[in-house]
Design a protein around this ligand. Structure first.
Ligand code: NI
Length: 173
């Protein structure tokens, strides 16, 4: 695990097969102990509000999230998370650290209830709406190998891929 922590962590971008793989459940909590703070550091440095382990090349069902509440940090660790309940549907714009510069508008459930384990292995239950609801769904998608652009129509996805190609060419990817 040494090579997975500290400054060696980097964001894997769209096109990397690890992002399209269904991640495996975390079984060994000791093995991910150093990964969690390293992922928070990278997420805050980018900056971002969510980061899933596959985005740092680790195909495990683990994500970190921090959607501030009233301007205060609200860090969460989600291990083996599961969406227990979904309500409503709302379209909004989102981005992804693995798709730099790309922003898409997609519909997701408005409210979700998520169960997960925290970094100590204790069960947590999160009821979320607004940005946190969207962020949780986005991160859990990552654990299933699903990226935000996979929610687009073929035409929209093609447009996004053209933008990605352009960014790769002009060095803004
Ligand atoms: Ni993402």
């Amino acid at each position: 695990m040494e090579s997975l922590s500290g400054p060696l962590l980097k964001i894997h971008k769209y096109g990397d097969p690890v992002l399209q793989r269904k991640a495996k459940p975390v079984k060994d909590f000791a093995a991910v102990k150093s990964l969690v703070p390293a992922m928070f550091d990278l997420m805050y440095a980018e900056p971002g509000i969510g980061l899933a382990a596959p985005q740092v090349g680790v195909s495990l069902r683990l994500a970190v999230v921090d959607v501030p509440v009233d301007g205060r940090p609200n860090p969460m660790v989600l291990i083996n998370p599961k969406i227990e309940e979904k309500k409503g549907r709302i379209a909004s714009t989102e981005g992804c650290l693995s798709l730099p510069g790309i922003s898409v508008t997609i519909a997701r459930a408005a409210v979700v209830r998520v169960s997960a384990l925290n970094e100590l292995g204790f069960p947590v239950s999160i009821q979320a709406d607004g940005l946190l609801s969207r962020c949780l769904q986005h991160e859990i998608d990552h654990l299933d190998g699903v990226l935000m652009i996979d929610h687009l129509s073929l035409t929209e996805k093609f447009k996004a891929q053209l933008e990605i190609r352009k960014r790769k060419k002009d060095g803004t990817w």
